[in-house]
Design a protein around this ligand. Structure first.
Ligand SMILES: NC(=O)c1ccc[n+]([C@@H]2O[C@H](COP(=O)([O-])OP(=O)(O)OC[C@H]3O[C@@H](n4cnc5c(N)ncnc54)[C@H](OP(=O)(O)O)[C@@H]3O)[C@@H](O)[C@H]2O)c1
Length: 313
């Protein structure tokens, strides 16, 4: 694990729920923080630099859990040492960095994956199955939002420009990834962006159009707590995903005549163990990317987010 902060601790707790992997080493910019994490989670190797962590011969796969601007250099470091890499969302700061990481991994035949943990959750697997089976008919619209309130602290990762702050990369990546999972890459993008007091994007609203005429209506905000729900609307039925739609939750399948079926798959922990299971499965099967979160789609998601910010009104 590179970057023993908040999400690294959540992931470490959930890793205890599965035997698909264990934490053999942690790397921090400080020995003290590496030791504190290692003591908390019983990690045998503790390194005072990310360089030492990626050089550790006991490590099969490096999990990059640093703020977004560090993802690209940290993941590059791990790939250079021949390690498989799992990179937190947002994968990188922009599509250019994403393309470069992917091409490095592909040229070395190394596993690389965006830690978009939502993709591996039981309710999402069920939703994908229903969509693939045609239960919704032709999909016309995807709707999703992710707004959170943060105190006016310029040092918060989500608000600080130097830490890659902004609603879109931190929170909006979930609605954007959800729409991508259902509808693919948009061919038309309209966006409204208004800044937070630090200058990062504070509230971002998006309308995407797709070649088949489908639309996605998405929003994110780091200024206010929104419903954090999602819907997939088809000609035969719609799916309404309860809050928080990207975390372990339930959903309803509602037919055009109003008939409603409720789905509540069992969950344990915070929902992060499933991405660990996927990484372990891919490594065991010799896959260099996950079929559920393919690298070309990760690049496409970054391209979409680049366009949202570049062409905002
Ligand atoms: N999957 C999820 O549900 C989820 C949830 C929250 C966050 N995330 C993602 O995970 C990443 C980390 O988020 P977080 O909330 O865990 O971050 P965090 O606690 O603020 O930082 C994580 C660690 O990164 C290291 N780091 C490296 N460069 C840093 C810098 N310039 N400033 C501050 N820390 C730096 C620090 O460890 P050392 O200095 O000890 O090395 C720090 O403890 C983000 O990309 C975020 O989007 C994912």
């Amino acid at each position: 694990m590179i970057g023993p902060g908040r999400i690294a601790r959540s992931f470490a707790r959930d890793l205890k729920l599965t035997d698909s992997g264990r934490i053999v080493a942690v790397g921090s910019r400080s020995q003290e923080r590496a030791d504190a994490f290692a003591d908390e989670f019983d990690v045998p190797h503790r390194h005072d630099s990310y360089e030492a962590l990626v050089a550790d011969s006991e490590v099969d796969v490096v999990y990059v859990a640093t703020p977004h601007p560090a993802h690209y250099p940290n993941a590059s470091l791990a790939l250079e040492q021949g390690k498989a890499v799992l990179v937190e969302k947002a994968f990188t700061m922009n599509a250019h960095e994403a393309r470069d990481l992917v091409s490095r991994a592909r040229s070395k035949r190394l596993f690389l994956m965006e830690a978009m943990w939502t993709r591996f959750l039981p309710h999402i697997a069920e939703i994908r199955r229903l969509v693939a089976d045609g239960a919704l008919g032709e999909i016309q619209t995807v709707i999703a939002d992710h707004g959170r309130w943060f105190p006016k602290d310029p040092g918060l990762r989500t608000l600080a420009p130097e830490l890659g702050g902004g609603a879109l990369l931190d929170l909006g990546v979930y609605p954007v990834s959800f729409a991508s999972m259902v509808l693919g890459a948009p061919d038309r993008i309209v966006s409204l962006v208004d800044p937070a007091f630090t200058g990062v994007d504070g509230q971002t609203s998006m309308m995407f159009g797709y070649p088949n005429g489908a639309h996605a209506l998405l929003s994110c905000s780091c200024l206010a707590l929104s419903p954090i729900r999602a819907a997939i609307v088809g000609t035969e039925a719609r799916i309404e995903v309860a809050a928080d739609f990207f975390a372990p939750t339930s959903f309803d399948l509602i037919a055009r005549d109003g008939t409603r079926r409720h789905f509540e798959p069992p969950h344990e922990g915070r929902g992060l163990r499933h991405q660990a299971d996927e990484v372990a499965r891919c490594l065991q099967e010799g896959l260099v990317e996950s079929p559920s979160m393919p690298l070309d789609e990760t690049i496409s998601i970054m391209e979409t987010m680049d366009a949202v910010l570049a062409h905002a009104r």
